[in-house]
Design a protein around this ligand. Structure first.
Ligand SMILES: [Zn+2]
Length: 143
């Protein structure tokens, strides 16, 4: 899924669990793997994948800053948002290196059953994840 979707899900998990740090860390990384199983649409195979990727990373970074500085989540807890999206650096670096199929993170390996779908479902399912995550963050965030 998109970095933005992973960051929001990570923020929601962090807000809901609230700690301890090691449990939140394991949960957000595991969530990344599980979310990659769900059929979704990625921009990596589109014509402007690197441009979309850079925008996606910037949006993810912005969401972390908003959670920390605007919503008042503790720094370490809000940082679990970008941690949840961090495995996708693997995808961006692979694209930039010109080896889009060589990855280190398990849910990006070729043999992993990475969920793929058309745009309508693939974007829609991510929008649902994002909306649910925002609702959880707003309702459960510790300040
Ligand atoms: Zn991923």
């Amino acid at each position: 899924m998109w970095v933005t979707t992973h960051v929001l899900a990570g923020l929601a998990i962090a807000a809901a669990l609230g700690g301890p740090w090691w449990l939140v860390l394991v949960a957000v990384i595991l969530a990344h793997v599980l979310m990659d199983l769900i059929p979704h649409w990625d921009y990596t195979r589109s014509r402007h994948g690197v441009i979309y990727g850079c925008c996606d990373f910037l949006a993810g970074l912005t969401l972390w800053l908003v959670a920390w500085l605007v919503l008042g989540m503790p720094f370490w807890l809000a940082f679990m948002g970008p941690v949840s999206g961090a495995p996708d650096w693997d995808v961006l670096f692979a694209e930039l290196r010109g080896h889009p199929d060589v990855h280190w993170f398990p849910s990006h390996w070729k043999r992993f059953p990475h969920g793929r779908s058309g745009r309508l479902w693939g974007i829609g399912v991510q929008l649902v994840f994002m909306a649910a995550s925002v609702a959880v963050v707003l309702a459960a965030r510790p300040r």
